[in-house]
Write a protein that binds this ligand. Structure first.
Ligand code: SIN
Length: 504
């Protein structure tokens, strides 16, 4: 057994809205919390990049529930959606308004300026400009930093879960090259998404699927991993950035390379159709006419969206028509959890994007990800603290770091191969034969990476290992699902004609 170790009542891994909410709720229940994060800065978390806002119900949970179910093409779990909508407004009131005192737009006038996004039937989204994530996360991080019961450890990654007799007892962190044990009564994974698995993503670069991989390697169940959501409107150029759905919610329209507005031909709700529908339409029109632009002419762009307007200016984008293309944005599936974020492994929780609550089904409704992270983060933190299981020191495996030097550029080169493979066959449209070939390629890649992981603990190598494991799980889930639904859209081999969908 390793002599030096740490203990905590509750260990949280990740520092986005879900991790901060879990830490905050557990500490409020009296638990001593250790929050571990590989992030060094707020913008290492996807939450900081979230633009549009956070949905509320505005007192009508049934209406939000109906929109979530509709956007998911009927695949979201109604019980999970009930948990979300019945707790949404109280969670926002408790943590964001009551504790952090966030001044959402309109606060000064005594009435919130609720915005609307695609597939929402009404204005119910709280926002701060279109930089809502930043305005939530930074005060939240300050709050947990200052909390006497929470210790925040930055720039520290969890390499492996510690398991013993079927229970999770914490993690091995990379504070020691042989793995530094942190024992906890409960461990909450809040590690975010998988953007690094794709060539273009709206996530920060370190979204490598860590939580999903370590949980699965310890035996946890996952679900819905084939549902990778692509945002329809990211800047179509180097270093893509998000052009929030709030722009379309407020009146921006999509035009193809011939200058024609095309969304009314694809869906009765036009630009406000569910995200998967708009993303595929944008891809189709780009292919047919060379490019697609988001026309912000109908808006008071500078006045209504100063943050996005300023990003456009900084990037030298001029005029009302901003070139856009779909871009990986969010994983709807993940580690399977219940209404309190409990996974299939005892004393392991998962919250936020790495978790699959069932709320999103095959396609997520806009501005429900911050809300899901908040609601499940609070519930998991509270549940983990309430059950008061003492941390137990158990035997841990020693990770081998006998050959620490990595061949130069090893991880970067393998990541490039991984992304190319994912882009080619697990993107917006998927060919079942191609998915089968991809699984074989990914298995080989993972085999090469595993050979290195056996003798080294470098963080970038573990991130690559996690990304390969998660990619393989996505490929497996995609190969096992023969039904086109939401974000999992199958096409035939070379005709490009879509397989029948549930709607047909
Ligand atoms: C956006 O602002 O378009 C993103 C909102 C979301 O992903 O929920």
């Amino acid at each position: 057994m390793t002599a030096t170790h740490d203990t905590a009542d509750v260990l949280v891994v990740g520092s986005g809205i879900a991790g901060c909410s879990a830490a905050f709720a557990a500490a409020r229940e009296g638990a001593d919390v250790l929050l571990l994060t590989k992030a060094e800065r707020p913008d290492d978390a996807s939450t900081d990049w979230a633009q549009g806002g956070i949905s509320t119900t505005r007192g009508n949970p049934e209406a939000l529930k109906a929109d979530i179910l509709e956007a998911s093409d009927g695949t979201a779990d109604p019980d999970a959606v009930d948990v979300l909508v019945e707790n949404a407004d109280a969670a926002v009131e408790d943590a964001l308004l009551g504790t952090l005192e966030i001044e959402f737009d309109g606060s000064d006038d005594g009435e919130f300026d609720y915005t609307r996004e695609a597939a929402h039937s009404e204005r119910r989204i709280l926002h701060v400009d279109a930089a809502t994530g930043t305005h939530i996360l930074r005060p939240f991080l300050n709050h947990v930093d200052d909390h006497e019961r929470i210790e925040v450890r930055q720039d520290t990654a969890a390499l492996k879960l510690i398991t013993h007799e079927g229970r999770v007892h914490g993690v091995l962190s990379d504070e020691d090259s042989a793995g530094h044990p942190i024992f906890a009564g409960a461990t909450i994974l809040a590690t975010g998404g998988i953007g690094a698995l794709y060539g273009r993503s709206t996530n920060p670069a370190d979204a490598t699927g860590d939580g999903i991989a370590v949980a699965v390697l310890a035996g946890a169940d996952v679900a819905d991993l084939e549902y990778v959501q692509f945002h329809p409107t990211a800047y179509d150029g180097e270093d893509p950035f998000l052009l929030s759905e709030a722009l379309r919610g407020e009146g921006a329209v999509l035009r193809n390379g011939d200058g024609e507005r095309f969304m009314p031909d694809y869906h009765p709700d036009a630009e406000l159709a569910p995200r998967d529908v708009v993303a595929r339409a944008v891809a189709t029109e780009r292919e047919a006419t060379g490019e697609v632009a988001l026309d912000v002419g109908p808006l008071e762009f500078e006045a209504e969206f100063p943050n996005i307007a300023s990003t456009c200016r900084d990037r030298g984008i001029e005029g009302d028509e901003i070139p856009v293309a779909p871009c990986e944005h969010f994983l709807c599936g993940g580690i399977d959890v219940d209404e309190n974020g409990r996974t299939s492994l005892e004393r392991l929780y998962a919250v936020g994007e790495c978790a699959r609550t069932g709320v999103h089904g095959a396609n997520r409704l806009a501005s429900t990800s911050l809300l899901e992270g908040l609601v499940w983060g609070l519930r998991a933190g509270e549940d983990a603290a309430e059950t008061e299981v003492e941390p137990r020191v158990v035997d841990t495996p020693e990770l081998r770091d006998s050959d620490p030097a990595l061949p130069e550029r090893f991880a970067a080169e393998k990541f490039t191969r991984l992304r190319r493979t994912m882009d080619e066959s697990l993107g917006l449209e998927r060919d079942p034969d191609e998915i089968a070939r991809t699984s074989a390629v990914l298995r080989r890649l993972k085999g090469e990476v595993d050979a290195y992981v056996r003798t080294r603990t470098a963080r970038d190598l573990y991130e690559l290992r996690n990304a390969c494991v998660t990619a393989l799980l996505i490929a497996r889930a995609a190969s096992e699902n023969a039904e086109s639904r939401g974000c999992h859209h199958l096409v035939t081999d070379d005709s490009g004609i879509a397989e029948p969908t549930a709607e047909d």
